[in-house]
Design a binder for this molecule. Sequence first.
Ligand code: F6R
Length: 242
Amino acid sequence: MKIWIVKTPVEGANKGVAMIQQTLKDRHEQAVFGLATGGTPQTLYRLLSASQLDFSRCIAINLDEYVGLDQENPQSYAYYMNRYLFSKKPFQQTFIPNGMNRNATVETQRYDQILDRYPIDLQILGLGQNGHIGFNEPGTPFESTTHEVQLTESTIAANARFFAQSTDVPRSAYSMGIKSIMAAKQIVIMAYGKAKAAAVKKLVLGPVTTAVPASILQQHSNVTLIVDEAAADQIKKGKVEN
Ligand code: F6R
């Protein structure tokens, strides 16, 4: 795993832009990008939106969506992606799980077929405070493909900042599985701020365990972790405290 400790999230986002640019070049402008939502990639999307990069022949596949929110709902991830990126940088095609499809079997199979059809060249990830990636909460099997997830109280509390009140946060989501994330050819995971420091330590130094979904990234051959000083605090000290 390559680790870049940056001074600010803007510096981290600029590194992300450079990696995306390289992927576009390598793939002759026809890349497949796996994308995340949440607070972490917002600066990256702002910089991409302002850039000259051309995604018009690229595919975007998002990690996850809340069950029960439609794309017109400002809290849905579909709305987020349109707002922060797709309205400014058109892609040839974009995919996100359909939170309004209450038939989880049909929806998750549909999404897995999309992932089979378009292997991801570069996957962008954020990191949950509990070590989740996508919405793969602690305990999710490493072999998981797209599935419906019951969100943990920790994730609901962390995401409540985007909603009027925590009771408005949906209790479940559709998420790409850990196996699908690991199938990406290259992964960039970003984490900023001291609230992520413990999860970063387990991701980098901890045992590979389903209790910390992100720890599986230690076994991927092409992962770059971008962290600021605060998020890197506990890896710089070296030792894992359990
Ligand atoms: C979002 C996602 C989540 C977030 C994670 C960190 O699509 O898959 O795993 O990346 O919860 O969220 P933020 O960036 O808001 O701290």
